[in-house]
Design a protein around this ligand. Structure first.
Ligand code: NAD
Length: 244
């Protein structure tokens, strides 16, 4: 049995839906990013080996979109940063998003399980670097000097998400688990709520999303609406009244 922590931790899983109102497309919505690009062509290791330019250009464009004027944290990102600042226990954001909006809002404990925009990795020597520069198929690794081996440090389909051991520890010691703006279709993130129920059985589980998800029945409480409208009042409620 896992040791109880007091005050209990709060684990927050976020997905593309929390960044939607900041102007970043989601994944599966009708107008979502992936309905306009073929993910087999840009977000798999096979695609990178087949046509590095196409894959790198896609991520260069994504990075430019994240940096575009007008892209900024919204009230939902800011409310989670407030939760971390004001709650006396541990608050951890586990995000599937690669955008930097949680950090820009002021959150400090953020785990990017699918990687983070602004990091690159060398496939030859495995070194990871901070870099905002566009990559090309002839970019040179600053560490081992290999040519054409640099890629975004982002988890592609079929690859293992990052930091899973740390994430499961956070889930096992939480007293409140929130899933915000995530469709519950992408594993292993979609299975986190079950992990909480099995390993932190006293924890409360709450889904905050635009609409009910496939995982709906696994949560004890559901709050539906745009993230900027439902997350700030929920956070205010937790800070003043707790979550029971
Ligand atoms: P998803 O697109 O599969 O699901 C998005 C969810 O957000 C849906 O359930 C939708 O109903 C909900 N939603 C849409 N607008 C919302 C709003 N305004 N407020 C609240 N909820 C809203 O996203 P996912 O579950 O995060 O899928 C995972 C994959 O998408 C991840 O791999 C992630 O890396 C990738 N992704 C990331 C970004 C980003 O970094 N911002 C953008 C697109 C996709």
């Amino acid at each position: 049995m896992h040791q109880d922590f007091f005050p209990p931790g709060i684990a927050v899983l976020t997905g593309a839906g929390i960044s939607k109102e900041s102007g970043i497309d989601t994944f599966r919505d009708a107008d979502g990013l992936w309905n306009r690009v073929d993910l087999e062509e840009v977000a798999t290791l096979e695609a990178w080996h087949r046509d590095k330019k196409k894959v790198l250009d896609f991520y260069n464009r994504t990075r430019a979109m994240f940096r575009a004027s007008g892209i900024a944290p919204n009230d939902a990102h800011k409310a989670l940063a407030r939760l971390e600042r004001e709650y006396e226990g541990e608050v951890t954001v586990i995000t599937q998003n690669i955008d930097p909006l949680h950090e820009l809002a002021g959150s400090k404990r953020v785990i990017h399980m699918h990687g983070r925009d602004g990091e690159i990795r060398c496939m030859a020597c495995k070194a990871v670097f901070e870099s905002d520069k566009d990559l090309t198929p002839v970019s040179v690794c600053p560490n081992c000097k290999a040519v054409g081996e640099l890629r975004p440090n982002i988890v592609w389909f079929g690859e293992m998400p990052m930091h899973l051991d740390e994430i499961y520890e956070v889930l096992e010691r939480c007293g409140l688990f929130l899933a915000i703006g995530t469709s519950g279709e992408v594993y292993p993130a979609a299975g986190f709520v079950l992990h909480v129920r099995r390993h932190a059985p006293r924890a409360r589980t709450v889904e905050l999303n635009l609409e009910p998800t496939d995982n709906k029945s696994l949560f004890q409480e559901h709050i539906y609406g745009p993230a900027t409208e439902i997350v700030p009042p929920y956070v205010a409620r937790v800070l003043t009244q707790g979550w029971r």
